[in-house]
Design a protein. Sequence first.
Length: 694
Amino acid sequence: MNVINLDTGGTVFRESIIFFTEGTPVNVPNLPPGDYQLFLEFQSGGSCSSALPFTCPCEPQTVNATIPEYVPTSFESIVGYTCTEGSGVIFAEGANGVAPYQYEIIDSSIPSNIGRTSTDGIFTAADEGTYTVRISDSCGNSADGAFEVTPYLPDLVANCDASGTRVTLMANPVPNATFTWIDAMGSTIQQGTSNELIFDPFNPSQGGAYTLQVTAPGLSCTVFDGSIIIPSNPCNSSIDVSKVVESGPIYNNVTVEYTVTYRINAQNSGGAAGSYSVTDTFIIGNGFTLNTATLAYGGESDGVDGAILSPFSSGDTIIANESIAGLRTESWIVTATFSVDEDAIDPLQDCSNGGGFGNEITSSVDTDTSNNTACVPVDIGNLEITKDGVYVDSDSNGLTNIGDVVNYIFVVNNTGNVAISNVVVSVSLLGGAITGPASGDADGDGELDITETWTYNASYSIIQTDIDAGQVNNLATVSGEEPNGNSFTDTSTDPTPCFTCTIDSVCVDCTLTELPSTLDIGLTKTVDINIAEVGDELFFTISATNNGSIAANNIDISEILPNGYDYIDYITSIGNYNQITGQWAIPTLRTSQTADLIIRARVVEGSDYLNTARLIGIDETDIDASNDEASVEVDIRGIAIAKDGVYIDSDANGATNIGDSIAYTFFVTNSGSVDLANIIVSDSIIRRRYNRAC
């Protein structure tokens, strides 16, 4: 077998094939593109099939072949659509190179899809997102294609023949998909792989709403199932130019201007392309001045091919000869700024009688002039807020302490002439905006109407700083928006001002809520020995605790030892003790703070062993006198004996002689304050013991 390059005339391959049978492939490697001739000469008998491009019987044969220039592999198409059942599907079709192809997702905003491969270019379960697919051919060459899996849009285009009787509606194609066209009665009028719906002839009555279903057979994917509009005039343009207020007016405190944004919409409901021009005129009320006006394209896919004027003045033609395709809509943004002389405006003037921020357009091809004017009225809103605070003893302990609250009532009124939206009451002391209103929104529309009064409630937990100050200072603000978007605020006033409170020089409008200044100094006293004897030393501990909500100052406590004790010395944690006057002076005692006085004394014979401490002085007012005195009494062990003797003439002989006697009487006295037991009286002369309890 010889292979000859017909372009050069040279033999590029020669090989002998032994025992070759019909259908045996022969590989000729490394042949460049060009024209070639294959010469086959048989050296022995054999049989040939008439289906081969050689003549039979087996004689020397020739056949010509062309090897084309290699074109690198690429994508014929690559698209992706979401499915109404969920997820999506990717259709990729290769071109050039050498088939078969291998497809692989090499990048995606859905990481779980990266690395998936396919031999037919179809990927199911591909969620909406961005993708990059690589196609590789049998020669190992590859190309990458980036695209998005997005919802399918039909984007109908109508083509008409010259007579206007045959109309072809084309939807965006989807590879290997089935297109089902259903009329308003639910009847299927066409189903197949064609993305074209042909009316021949077309009748205007055939226009209207249809349902288009686009499915990918075998993939369980409905690419589109929705309503489409077939124009009743597919072979001509039908352009409606309209205007609406897009936003505003927005007030700028710096420039003292209102900004209003209008949108001009141009909709071609016909099937054929057309063009239009627009003239723009402002209609504004008394006291209004147009400062600037600009025009910008709305950003739709058709783009700009006409002449536009920006900035412009009222009455200018701002769009000239702008084309628009059939069944398309595009828009333009007009931004205007105005000044308003509030003294010159007519409050009775609104959009119905030439007032407000009005704008009107005209177009010679306009099919509907009823929607050519857009206007936003002048709205004046105003808010008034009052705030009242009431102290509440939360734990009902009679003390002003941390955790008690001030309950606030906020009342908001609309003093303007329009409903106010986005009403927000803010209190910095409470951390910002508070919830509400609790009542007053009679119609439940979330707007403060001029006939409504809204009430808000909130509570504030007092802290030690408030207690020390004796009052809580609090200011609220209310903000809202007029229907035109202007925002404004008001600060609160107090309907029941506190005349005994200290005015806050930084916040003269603050609501001042007075807190009861509760102070209670509680005294306790203990002794380390409860039963003592004369001569014993003991320690008295007197404790003074501030149970109140504010600091106590210049506290004087009387601690005078009774005559049953002799003073030795003292120590104190706070203040000084004067043992002569018996007065303990404490300069300051903070809330919940305790001061201790420890006195060392000796028990002596006396008549009073009840030691009492008393609160006798303080700068503030002590609200609880029941704990202003504390006492402790030490029981004293003591015993005394007296003995009386009387001579007795035992034999009554009138003479003192042996055998006479003396009768003794012993008087034992409990000189202490506790009972004594097991009393023993001993006498060395009598040498007897007498036991008796006393």
